[in-house]
Ligand binder design. Sequence first.
Ligand SMILES: [Fe+2]
Ligand SMILES: [Fe+2]
Length: 169
Amino acid sequence: MIKRHPTLYALSHHHHHALVRALEIRRAAERPEPERTAALRRAACALIEFWKNAGSVHFRDEEEVLLPACARHVNIAEEPAFVRMLSEHATIRARLQELEQALADDRPVDGLTIELGRMLHDHVRLEEEQVFPRAEALLGEAGLQAIAPHLTQLHPRTCDTKPGEHRES
Ligand SMILES: [Fe+2]
Ligand SMILES: [Fe+2]
């Protein structure tokens, strides 16, 4: 379990849900054909839904609230974890756009869905292991409390895992 400042519970909670999507994709990919293609397609649709309902707001919270707060203390360009996070946001957005278009055109989505599942999993790990600890160190107690009201609470606190905790998949 990763210790997390309560302000970042909301973001870590979204990460848990992203990992559930990633795990669903991995399980779908392990199924034998012909179910595999249908399972991956269902997982791809669920991923797009998740993106629209939660993921896109989560990315914006990180870019518009968390990162600007950190930028008051450091030059973001000199922080490898932050730079990688932003770069991955752009790539994940691009792949999600491609996936949505492929689904709409009824084209195969197997490879793209598997790739996105891996990217999401790795992205969550980067943020939980490097970005959030760095942000916590930079912002300190007062800085973290100051950004708390600006972060979106997407999931009620009654969900299946404790905030700030995510299972490895
Ligand atoms: Fe992110
Ligand atoms: Fe995140």
